[in-house]
Design a protein around this ligand. Sequence first.
Ligand SMILES: [Ca+2]
Ligand SMILES: [Ca+2]
Length: 287
Amino acid sequence: MRNLPVIVSAGEADNTCTWSGAMGNMAIRDKLEALGYQYEFWSFPGMGHQFAMQACNGISPKPCAYTFEQDFLDGLGNVKRVVNPPHITLATSDSLNEPMFGFEGDHAYWISSVKVRDVSKFYGTIDVKSWGFGLNDPVPNPTVRTFNTDYATGQNISYHNYNKSIRTLNAPTVTTINNQIDITASNISKVVIDPIRARIDCNAVVNVTSDGPTNVVIHGCLRGDVDLNDTITCADVAAVRAALGAHRGDANYVPRADMDDNGVIDQMDVKLARFYGFTATPNVFCL
Ligand SMILES: [Ca+2]
Ligand SMILES: [Ca+2]
């Protein structure tokens, strides 16, 4: 949510997607405000779940017959998305994932394979900040709140009063570029970081604050991960064996399988791969 443009249109008399209550739209508005995120929130006194808001009533410059919803979709209002942000906050839940349909909420921008540690707790949260961008978090502008009754008189359309809250963000200020990641995690057992998009490398300082074990893997930096799936398994040892005898420059030479980087893949590399496998999973001995 930190980097997503959020625009909400809600009826203040809506009994379906309720206005009040802990999960109501008013609470969502107030939560976005408390978090300091960018958002645009329109609410309509006296209106229920379904109403057609016409663009030509003065809210939007769009022509009549344009719906308010379509106007949102076209322009996304005053809030802007961030393509590759320095700071990511993600909540994930195994219960809400539907992998059979390709819906897996375990990734965002340059973090992926985010795993909940204790699924009985429903969800886990992780906050990751990369200092490789050299950017501070953007500071939010004061929220602009308005109550409007404007509409084009004489139009044979419905019109409504509305409350509008808009919060935008200032451009992030520049700071020192550091090869550093700060992570705060709750009920998260694993996260994989794409170092290129996060603008760090394998020597990055990784600061982790967590309520339990959290395995942080910088993709490509995990020693012994020959097949680059961010996990050490016996398949990695097998990949070294498959390249035995290969010298640097040969077609079948696999740089990642050359564990000691001496230009040849031999039994020493197999030993090292087995060592990394044993270190990752102490009770498993790979052949
Ligand atoms: Ca692997
Ligand atoms: Ca070697």
